[in-house]
Design a protein around this ligand. Structure first.
Ligand code: ADP
Ligand code: MG
Ligand code: ZN
Length: 474
């Protein structure tokens, strides 16, 4: 057995968040009853003319900025001819010769992966296979949803790097408002090109392309399987055949879909029905001015201005919704560290345990800020704050109301504490004697008795003071 290195390049398809489709005015949102979001244009009826949605160009440019690309003033559409029943026109409108963005890179921590290009294209429909009836139904709702395809250079050298890259691109596209990056709904999908070579080889090996992976886990599994398959083949004296593969999730194996097609198989030609896209420098600058703060900048702000640790800041920015929630909370009450702690220690655990997306939370960032403030100001104890968060998580509601309803507001009035202390000292004469003889341990016991009697509204600091005071006077 000799060792091989793997070489990987990705092609990532991301659905852009425009309201309407890319060449017609149909709704581009995910879902809908089958074939309810179609019109003569996106279902490919002859005689219809596509009209380019300029919003799609703006989002593609934002994707370019998000991935540090050059934005091209001139880009143009081509027809890619192929017949498959999910594409009723029998060709896909894409950008082949003149993509909208080129030459970018994505930093995955220890290295930069180069982006070759980003181009705009239209999505195809979906085939729904009904094994029971033995038929396939075509749903064209997705036909004409605007996509970008991001093509990387073959710079990736491990499954782990591939995973990190897709994760990073997903986050960045989401921050830029280009794509919701929901792999489970197919809005971000990945084709993996992979080959293997011996360390001493000067040229890349023959590659295969695994189509349409829609989770980080399948990307990693497919790469690991395909690496084993290719190296096994070479070790046995065989050759890798360049082909397109399908990854079977259940078996964890790849299977050929078709032999690899070449560009000339598609008979690309310039799309005659759509004028090229001209973006002036002014328009490009205008789109750039709309770019939101990206995760790295946010992280720097959290560390340098808010004093969070690198680890906490990285965790917060790894999810845009979470980070937005944090930003909204600290706007209301700028206790940067305490709010970050409440989110990272308490809230994240509950979100993860119940697999709740942050968007579905029953309370607002303002309420979280209020809760942390209640705790900071010692209106409620730290433990009570956790209980309140739990109630807010389950039922929503306002932290002040919840604290009142549940008797969590700590009394600052010490008269209740004084009379409780009097009762407890009388009832626990033995402990009092031991304390007087110098046993510090029994103080804890007496504190416990006090807390039990006074409940959650008890302010431990006041109890401690009153109790010490009374004991010393005895
Ligand atoms: P094609 O035009 O045939 O699709 P491209 O040159 O556009 O080929 O490359 C498609 C993808 O395959 C890119 O992501 C590229 O990085 C990757 N790729 C190219 N050659 C190899 C190789 N030998 N091994 C792994 N990936 C490769
Ligand atoms: Mg390709
Ligand atoms: Zn349509």
């Amino acid at each position: 057995m000799s060792a091989y290195n793997m070489v990987i390049g990705l092609e990532i398809h991301a659905e852009m968040l425009t309201n309407s489709k890319v060449f017609c005015t149909c709704n581009a949102e995910f879902g809908g009853d089958e074939n309810t979001r179609v019109c003569p244009r996106c279902s490919g009826l002859p005689g219809t003319l596509p009209v380019f949605n300029q919003g799609a160009a703006r989002l593609a440019v934002k994707a370019g900025f998000a991935l540090d690309c050059e934005i091209n003033n001139y880009s143009a559409f081509d027809r890619k001819n192929y017949f498959y029943p999910d594409l009723p026109k029998a060709y896909q409108i894409t950008q082949f010769s003149y993509p909208i963005c080129t030459n970018g890179f994505v930093d995955i921590g220890n290295k930069k992966i180069r982006i070759n290009r980003i181009h705009i294209e239209e999505d195809a429909g979906k085939l729904v296979h009904d094994d029971y009836e033995g038929v396939s139904n075509a749903d064209y709702n997705r036909c004409g949803v605007p996509l970008i395809e991001i093509v990387t250079e073959p710079d990736i050298r491990s499954a782990e790097e591939a995973r990190a890259l897709v994760e990073q691109i997903a986050i960045r596209l989401k921050y830029a408002g280009v794509c919701d990056s929901r792999m489970e709904q197919g809005s971000l999908r990945c084709d993996v090109n992979i080959s293997v070579m011996r360390p001493e080889d000067t040229e890349f090996g023959t590659r295969t392309e695994i189509k349409n992976l829609n989770s980080l886990k399948s990307i990693v599994r497919a790469i690991e399987y395909e690496y084993e398959r290719q190296t096994g083949l070479l070790d046995r004296g065989g050759k890798v055949v360049q082909q397109t593969l399908h990854f079977n999730e259940n078996h964890g194996t790849t299977k050929p879909l078709r032999s690899k097609e070449e560009a000339h198989d598609y008979r690309y030609f310039p799309e005659p029905d759509i004028p090229p896209v001209f973006l002036t420098d002014e328009v490009i600058a205008d789109i750039k001015s709309e770019m939101p703060e990206m995760p790295n900048d946010r992280k720097t702000r959290y560390v340098e201005q808010y004093g969070l640790s690198e680890v906490d800041a990285a965790l917060l920015v790894s999810d845009k919704d979470l980070s937005d929630f944090y930003d909204e909370s600290v706007k209301v009450y700028p206790a940067y560290k305490q709010i970050s702690n409440m989110i990272i220690v308490e809230l994240l655990r509950r979100l993860n345990d119940s697999s709740t997306p942050i968007k579905d939370l029953k309370f607002s960032p303002e309420s979280l800020a209020q809760l942390v403030k209640l705790s900071d100001e010692k209106t409620v104890s730290k433990n009570a704050a956790k209980d309140i968060l739990f109630i807010m998580f389950e039922q929503g509601g306002n932290p002040v109301e919840i604290a009142k309803e549940n008797g969590f507001i700590m009394t600052t009035d010490s008269s209740a504490v004084e009379s409780a202390a009097d009762e407890i000292l009388v009832a626990n004469q033995k402990a009092v004697d031991e304390y007087k003889q110098g046993s510090a341990k029994v103080f804890g016991f007496l504190m416990g008795q006090m807390c039990k009697k006074l409940g959650k509204s008890a302010n431990p600091q006041i109890i401690r003071e009153v109790l010490t005071d009374k004991l010393n006077k005895l």
